[in-house]
Design a binder for this molecule. Structure first.
Ligand code: ADP
Ligand code: MG
Length: 209
C-alpha cells in the first residue's frame, strides 16, 4: 500500500533530487537542446516543494492535481505541459483513493504515460521521456502481483535500461530533433528526469518497508 504521507514524501524527495541534479539535467539539455531542462524542472518543483505543506490534508488525487497545476503554470518549454499532464492523469486515475494498492499504482503510472503520449505524440525510439516511462510501466505490470515495492524495483530497473537506450537514439521530437544526427550519443534530458521521478518513489517505498 502507498499512503498519502508517502506520496507527499515522494514529491519532497523528487524536488530535492531535481535540485541536486539541476546542473546535470541542464548540461544534458545543453548537449542536445537549449540548456534549460534542469532550470525548468527546478523552477517547477521548487514551487511544488513550497506548496506541499498546504496539501497535507488533501487526498492523493487532489495532491497530484495541485502539483499538475503548479507545474503547468511554472515550467515553460515542452516538459511543463508534459509533466503537468502526467500528474493530471495520475490524479484522475486514483480519484477518491485513500491508499494505493499495487494495481492502483499501475493505473496511475499507465494513466500518466497515456497522457504524455497523447499530449506529445512521441513514439518509442523518438528519444524522449516516453522511452523511460513506457518500459517502466510494462515492467511494473509484469511484477504487479509481487506487490508495490517489488514491482517498483522492476519499474525503476526498466527505466534505467530505457534511459541508457536513449543514448544511441536520434531525437525525433522536441528541440533535440532539430539537431538531427548530432542528437546521437547523449542521454535524453527528459528521460533522465523521468527516471529520477520513478527512482525517488522507489526510495520512499524502500525506506518505509
Ligand atoms: P524544451 O525542449 O522546450 O526546452 P525541456 O528542455 O524542459 O523543454 O524538456 C526537454 C525534454 O522534453 C526532452 O528531453 C524530452 O524528454 C521531452 N520531450 C520533448 N518533446 C516531447 C514529446 N513530444 N513527447 C514526449 N517528451 C518530449
Ligand atoms: Mg530545453
Amino acid at each position: 500500500m502507498v499512503t498519502q504521507a508517502q506520496i507527499l514524501q515522494w514529491l519532497e524527495a523528487y524536488a530535492t533530487d531535481i535540485e541536486e541534479n539541476k546542473a546535470y539535467l541542464t548540461e544534458l539539455d545543453a548537449a542536445i537542446g537549449d540548456a534549460d531542462h534542469g532550470i525548468n524542472m527546478d523552477r517547477g518543483f521548487k514551487k511544488v516543494s513550497i506548496q506541499l505543506p498546504t496539501l497535507i490534508d488533501k487526498d492523493i488525487s487532489n495532491i497530484l492535481k495541485s502539483v499538475s497545476m503548479t507545474l503547468i503554470s511554472s515550467i515553460g518549454g515542452a516538459s511543463g505541459p508534459l509533466y503537468g499532464t502526467w500528474f493530471l492523469r495520475a490524479s484522475t486515475a486514483v480519484a477518491d483513493k485513500q491508499e494505493l494498492t499495487a494495481e492502483d499504482v499501475l493505473e496511475l503510472l499507465q494513466a500518466g504515460l497515456d497522457g504524455v503520449l497523447q499530449r506529445g505524440k512521441a513514439q518509442l525510439g523518438d528519444k524522449t521521456m516516453v522511452d523511460v516511462l513506457s518500459p517502466s510501466v510494462d515492467a511494473f505490470r509484469q511484477s504487479v502481483g509481487e506487490g508495490t515495492l517489488e514491482a517498483m524495483q522492476q519499474a525503476v530497473a526498466a527505466a534505467q535500461r530505457g534511459l541508457k537506450e536513449t543514448i544511441p537514439m536520434q531525437a525525433r521530437k522536441g528541440r533535440a530533433s532539430y539537431l538531427g544526427k548530432r542528437s546521437i550519443g547523449h542521454p535524453d534530458p527528459g528521460g533522465t528526469s523521468a527516471y529520477l521521478m520513478l527512482k525517488s518513489l522507489l526510495g520512499v517505498l524502500d525506506s518505509s518497508r
